[in-house]
Design a protein around this ligand. Structure first.
Ligand code: HPA
Length: 270
């Protein structure tokens, strides 16, 4: 894995000497965040050695390098999900690459189903913690200590300082945000009524199919990590509304201007 990562990093460094401080993983329907970036350079995934290629509708596949004010960022337009059939090592490979092209702070966004009764479709949750219920762990196997330690401290997976900053920004911008514990399941099915109930009983506020592996690998390498989730459907009703991927994308797109604003300001001000 180390050699593969270094090979990819060398390829990227030969293409551009741009050194991003922030990595941003753009989730469902949030891809237009790249409009806020003064783009210097775009690399489609299929051109990057060792990169998997995204298969889900609504996910473009490219690394976008550029600036937001005086901050340098690299954004992943499109991410890899375990349910697509990728291994956990493939899902998290881009995070490892980001680290070695210079990223020290990772911002992850996603769409999720809400089980907190205070949530509505379109609510924005600042992820305060996660519960990993994915069937495989991205750090399973022999540990390479060049990346990080065998046993990773997960006492603060989501940076408290970044959470504090975004709450300040949200308040000043009159954007309502909630705290949320995110539970990661493999998908690709949306949850049954009783699976949503289980998510709630387990102490989570929302449930989705991404983010957890990337954050674990980011913390393995001591990246400072921040997560934000758009609630695209509600699983806490007695009677579940049926839900489609198109509805998830639509709800995510409606919340997009607010999420874009919050993330842009976080990058500028943090
Ligand atoms: N469950 C899992 N993943 C999701 C959901 C959901 O309800 N909504 C968006 N992504």
């Amino acid at each position: 894995m180390w050699e593969l990562v270094q090979e990819t990093v060398n390829y990227i460094k030969n293409k551009t000497n741009f050194t991003p401080e922030y990595g941003v993983i753009l989730g469902s329907g949030l891809g237009s965040f790249t409009d806020d970036i003064k783009v210097e350079f775009t690399l489609p995934y299929h051109e990057i050695p060792n990169f998997p290629v995204s298969t889900v509708e609504g996910h473009k596949g490219a690394l976008v390098f550029g600036s937001i004010g005086d901050k340098k960022v690299v954004a992943m337009q499109g991410r890899f999900h375990y349910y697509e059939g990728y291994s956990m090592q493939e899902v998290t490979f881009p995070v490892r690459v980001m680290k070695y092209i210079g990223v020290t702070k990772l911002i992850v966004s996603n769409a999720s189903g809400g089980v907190n009764p205070n949530y509505r479709v379109g609510s924005i949750a600042i992820i305060s913690d996660h519960i990993n219920m994915m069937p495989e762990h991205p750090l399973r196997g022999k540990n390479d200590s060049r990346f990080g330690p065998r046993f990773v401290n997960m006492s603060e997976p989501y940076s408290l300082k970044m959470i504090e900053k975004i709450k300040e920004i949200a308040k000043a911008s009159n954007i309502e945000v909630h705290d949320g514990v995110y539970l990661g399941l493999q998908g690709p099915t949306f949850e049954t009524l009783h699976e949503y109930k289980m998510v709630k009983v387990l102490g989570a506020d929302c449930v989705g199919m991404s983010t957890v592996p990337e954050v674990i690998v980011a913390r393995h390498m001591e990246l400072e990590t921040f997560g934000i989730s758009v609630i695209t459907d509600i699983g806490s009703e007695e009677h579940l509304e049926s839900i489609t991927h198109e509805e998830v994308l639509k709800a995510a797109q409606e919340a997009e201007p607010k999420v874009r604003h919050l993330i842009k300001e976080l990058i500028l001000q943090y």
